[in-house]
Ligand binder design. Structure first.
Ligand SMILES: Nc1nc2c(ncn2[C@H]2C[C@H](O)[C@@H](COP(=O)(O)OP(=O)(O)OP(=O)(O)O)O2)c(=O)[nH]1
Ligand SMILES: [Mg+2]
Length: 504
């Protein structure tokens, strides 16, 4: 196993106009300060304020959005990072691992990855994702694109149907059809920071948000050794070359993960488990007392001194005793959060340290808070109660169905752009308006410039005479539509859908 030296992992160089040469500790820190500025000032971060965490289109500002959730994740991520670094310091291991001059960047990369971790999520979270995937799957039939060409290929797009004797082209057609049918928030996040927003972050900062390492066009089961790391798609075909370069710059084997990503993931898990329950109380889905009862019942065996007693019972008891100025409900959640953090953060930090060789190489095939410990059980407890009692609440499900409808409806509205022939669409992009296509011209004008530019740039790099041209052009056109719709906030997509359906 290679030696653990974080100086070879925390790559502060950038894809474009990178700082050159050897840098001092101070200079490296400044590079990461620049990353922080780029991230915090990005409109993609601001858009998180109108994206769903759990409750779509929520008007009560005390209930979390993706942005307020991400701020909390940032704080927890920082706490875990500091905990890891202090433990390593106590054991005099900072220098051994090449971290003595990199503690600032270590924390900063984790914090900013936490802030960005949901940046690619579409409106209405998982329901937006499902709407996009169902819509594209119905039209591209990726399942008909495995194996030999067949006359039953249900793909609606002629250029993407497999044909006899065109093996190489068929492989590309299949790849594209699968890729477009696997829209995923994390993969869109990578696309957003690199291709769409061109944030030109350091390699280490981007590496930290590559949460899953499976390409979106992957077919079949991932290898057992990487089953967890490849649980979901992590990047698209459009970013394939970029991710290959990223791996090289971060010295990552194929399908390996960047070490600090485990911290970001644990911070997310720790944050939302309590927060989702607190929001449900704020929304009056249940009272704090009912919640306590749900948690109590779901824990199973109750033994004296159990982790449940130390965390949940303790929070409950304390909130009853000294409800002086604050409401008992607020107190309960304050203690619940503090108790949970105080147990789970040190555990996650220690698990990171105990598995450092595998984490450093990027092959640790678990989440930090996923094992048979009580700590993982506590996390599961919160999540299960949220699944059973919160996400399945009729009001939540109603809004989710509406969200799904809005996103599928918008895709349907923009469908004419996907139905134009290659020649017609190319002409439309060039001239921006075609008399013979009044609807398509108007739809095209609605797309944001940033997304159009990404399309134009991608297509301009293709060779128009190549046999692959029609396949790849269509691929980028579909990405353009996915970029536009997934980039909307919940509220914007909702309003836009109603406007386009002329029901205003
Ligand atoms: N309303 C609603 N919220 C959900 C549902 N499932 C999960 N959530 C919430 C729980 C969390 O606050 C947040 C993130 O949950 P997940 O871990 O399932 O998704 P996430 O996209 O973060 O996972 P990933 O990054 O893909 O590993 O979404 C659901 O079915 N309905
Ligand atoms: Mg996520």
């Amino acid at each position: 196993m290679a030696e653990i030296d974080f100086r070879n992992k925390i790559n502060w160089r950038r894809r474009y106009r990178s700082p050159q040469g050897v840098k001092t500790e101070r200079e490296i820190l400044r590079i990461f300060e620049s990353d922080r500025g780029r991230i915090i000032n990005s409109p993609a971060i601001r858009r998180l304020q109108q994206k769903t965490q759990v409750f779509p289109l929520e008007r009560n500002a005390a209930v979390r959005t993706r942005l307020t959730h991400s701020l909390e994740v940032q704080q927890v991520g920082r706490y875990i990072a500091k905990e890891i670094l202090s433990r390593l310091k106590e054991q005099h291991l900072l220098e051994t691992y090449g971290l003595d001059e990199l503690t600032g960047p270590f924390e900063s990369i984790v914090e900013m990855a936490c802030l960005m971790h949901d940046i690619g999520n579409p409106p209405f979270g998982h329901f937006g994702e499902a709407a996009i995937n169902d819509w594209f799957r119905q039209r591209l039939s990726p399942d008909d694109a495995v194996g030999q060409p067949s006359s039953d290929d249900r793909c609606e797009v002629v250029a993407l149907r497999l044909r006899e004797g065109e093996d190489e082209l068929n492989a590309l057609r299949s790849k594209v059809r699968h890729d477009l049918s696997h829209f995923e928030g994390n993969a869109q996040g990578i696309r957003l920071v690199h291709t769409l927003m061109r944030m030109n972050l350091t390699w280490a900062q981007v590496g930290c948000i590559l949460k899953y390492t499976r390409p979106a066009w992957w077919v079949g089961e991932p290898p057992v050794s990487h089953s967890y790391l490849m649980k979901k798609p992590g990047y698209y075909f459009s970013e394939e070359a970029y991710v290959a370069r990223l791996r090289k710059e971060l010295d990552l084997d194929i399908y390996s993960r960047f070490p600090l990503t485990w911290i970001m993931e644990a911070a997310d898990d720790i944050s939302y488990c309590v927060a989702d329950l607190e929001d449900a109380v704020e929304k009056r889905i249940f009272t704090a007392e009912q919640l306590y009862q749900h948690l109590y019942d779901a824990w199973g065996q109750h033994e004296k001194g159990s982790l449940f007693a130390q965390v949940v019972e303790n929070a409950w008891d304390k909130s009853r005793v000294n409800s002086l100025s604050r409401s008992a409900e607020d107190q309960f959640f304050m203690y619940l959060r503090v108790n949970t953090l105080n147990k789970l953060v040190p555990y996650a930090a220690q698990r990171f340290i105990d598995n450092l060789p595998e984490i450093f190489s990027g092959k640790f095939n678990y989440a930090l808070l996923e094992d048979d410990s009580d700590f993982s059980q506590l996390l599961e407890l919160y999540k299960n109660v949220a699944i059973k009692k919160v996400f399945s609440h009729p009001d939540v499900e109603q809004l989710e169905l509406q969200g799904y409808r809005v996103i599928s409806g918008l895709l349907e509205i923009y469908r004419p752009l996907l139905q134009l022939s290659l020649a017609d669409f190319t002409e439309l992009v060039e001239k921006e308006r075609l008399r013979r296509f009044p609807i398509e011209s108007r739809l095209f004008h609605k797309l944001s410039t940033r997304h159009r530019l990404a399309y134009v740039e991608a297509v301009s790099k293709l060779s128009p005479d190549a046999l692959t041209y029609p396949v790849l052009e269509y691929y980028h056109r579909c990405r353009l539509i996915q970029d536009y719709i997934s980039g909307m906030t919940d509220l914007y997509s909702w309003d836009e859908y109603r406007r386009m359906m002329a029901v205003e």
